[in-house]
Design a protein around this ligand. Sequence first.
Ligand code: BMA
Length: 902
Amino acid sequence: MVIAKKTLSLSEGWKYRESNGTVLHDWQDAQSLPTSVHLDLLANHAIPDPFQAKNEELVKWIATRTWIYEKHFTIFPQEPTNKSRKLVLVFEGLDTYTTVKLDGKAILETDNMFLSHRVDITEHLVNTKAVDAMHTLQITFHNAEQKAAEKMEKHSEYSWFSFHFGNKRLAVRKAQYHFVRGSAMDPVLILGKMIDDIQGWDWGPILIDCGPWKPIYLETYEARVADLSIRTQLDLDHQQAVLRVSVEVEGKASFARIDVEIDGTRVESRIITLDSQKTTTAIRIRNPKLWWPWTLGDQNLYTVRTTLLSHENCSAKDELDSLEKKFGIRKIDLVRQPLQGQEGASFFFRVNGVPIFAAGSCWVPIDSFTSRATPEKYHSWIKLAKDTNQVMIRIWGGGIYEHDAFFDACDELGILVWHDFMFACGIYPAYPSFEESVISEVRQNVSRLRHHPSIAVWCGNNEDYAIAHLAQIHAGKAEYDPTEMDPERIRESGFPARLFYEIRLPEICKELIPDIPYWPGSPFGGSFCNDTTVGDIHQWHVWHLDKFPYQDYPKLSGRMITEFGLQSAPHWKTVKQYFPADQPFCLDKKQDCATDEYMVWHNKGKDGPENIANYAKNNIPFDGQSLRGYIYCSQLVQAEGLSTAFRGWRRLWQGPGREYCAGALVWQLNDCWPVTSWSIADHELRPKLAYWTVKRENQPITAGIARVLNNDSLTLETWACNMTMQQLCVIYEIQAWHVKTGQRIWAQKVFSPTTLDPNRSTELGKVECSFKLGEEKQFEWNNLMFSIHLSSASDSSVITRYVNFHEPLKEVPFSSQEEHIKAQLVEQETGPVIELTASVPMKGVYLDFEGEDKVDWDDNGVDLVPGETIKLGFTGLSDGKDRKLRIYWLGETGWQSKIIGF
Ligand code: BMA
């Protein structure tokens, strides 16, 4: 008789306690798996919410204890024992150092959060002869920091070096962002200064969690599909694709059926003979439906299913096991080739033969407690990226190999993924047992994720080469020869983990995913890792290193910028959520936000509050004395900075052979808790002002103006980006407006159609500003706002517009007062809109329905041109009366706002 694989979930009925403490020595009910000790303590009201106020401090003790989880279960009581069937306990993920016991006997020791484990317990059960009896599964979670310290001591021959974010984490294969950045015991060096304060990652709290962060279950089977992988090869003309479907089997099965379908239509069904542990069959697909990033086409997803059969012509009752995966047919290249007229080489992604400008952002885990993330939340974040016209997300190496739900959302929504391996900001060791663990982790995670068409590149690490570079300069450490390729010599060098980034990981990727690009690090390439002419760069000369003005972004370009950004505070509703409930929360009270204890606690950036204030003061009349002002000002400056960068860098995407800049990924998309950080939307997914400028600057068609001032004369450089695949014919109008009076001073209409070639920027030309204000005096250029409107040559409808003010904005004599702006709610066929008009140029006009929490705007944070009506659509407004809309904008002496009731 054939017995099909069965799975018994072990998610429910767990209890937990502290191992030998006094407080929580009695068993408490745990939540269903996946879970973690912080989440269980929170659910049991044993701790306050670590995200609120300064509660992070109050829950620090949790990480210093040992925790035990336990569950009783019976095994398939009705099944007879049978030696040809296996019983296997599967642990998809244990965080991190554990001892697992079954009925008191140790069956597993773990030390890597990123690994899954399968433990064959057949023997144990046969020997205990207790198949239908109650069993006890117990997992002890040891103190990760202590274990790390032990490892460091045992391997004191290694450097264990990091400039920031602490060293102990380097010994632990656990999400690095959980950890401490420095402590009196473990001082760290930041840009030449020893720092011994205790902080988390520079956007996260220190919450060193532990627990069963992924499911646990029991499998019983005669045979199972150990893996199902699909390699797709697409012909150049896209007329045909060959799928190589490989089935790996554990146990005895003679045949497997392979079914492939798309949109409910079967494309192929065949039975293959299984002659070894891994059997591969090639399937030809004519006229394949391709998977495209959303900017280029549809996200066609095929399903492949394999079913293990005991006989060739068997019925459903003879099926042993089956497994299904969704995949896409697409070809991804990372193109590095010479450029016309510039040094170095290109660095751009080509999908199905089409080069893309990869606009996007970097991803950190969406919660400090990784098991709390739901598929819905992943979907919402990825949708948020798409809604802001992003096409690539970079999973940063200090978090986790993301949950399947993340990739499902990217596959469905057409977002490309740059995936770092999990190493960040440090000189990691490479002793043999560490190496072995890393290799298993990489093999498992690449195998788990390789069917996802959204993954465009795997990358060795985050900033480890940069750390090595800085370590050499500032600390005389991490000496290494970049040409050395002998594994043993690399292991003994000052930068041992090159063994992973340059040898082991590329080897594994070549074997498991030969068609997907591999890149050693982010950043990497060229004469040193941040070479602006080769590979990718992290652009931190703005904000971190030299604190250059954000206006410099366009000239601080690289072939692809995989990190850059500025911090800002979250939406006030999110701030309110983390302020202590027992204290009055007031947005307009006078208080110094740069020193307020809760605002400071919820900004983990080194010099964060100081940097926010300085960037704001250098650019706008800054108000750090009320929460309302602080939030608006910090968000406006971040929004301006990011839009300057995207506008400048997209301009450098100039077509074949001239891909001078091929992408920009903002640091960062999201947050893991409510915090002031570099994210463009806060932890509650509430958009910051930057959300709107990132969206605007990455529309398929945009226009730009750059002011070039030479002594007293001003030249305007103008350009347009057409990121669509169609050639466009446009006409355009440039106008100059007086910011004080709203008077139009000058206009230039270009009515002869200009061609914008597809998938590149086009220079429209230069305009010398020779006009004068009145007879006597040349303009002060800061009095002028320029606008450019790009219209279709065929029907003159406006395609896009851009508004350009003098910078820094604090030198603009705005005269925008309350009475200059008008807003009215208009019901249109497509839904309600707020129509905005202004009689003078206005900057950063931001709308917020204060009493509502479900309003979603389709645009916001706009600049206004006199006489023009801008319509901002929205959904989700409640039916109630008394709905108050607050309108913010930037005035001459500071931010201003007014309330309109509807
Ligand atoms: C980069 C990242 C992160 C960090 C961010 C902001 O260096 O790789 O490690 O959080 O900058 O400082």
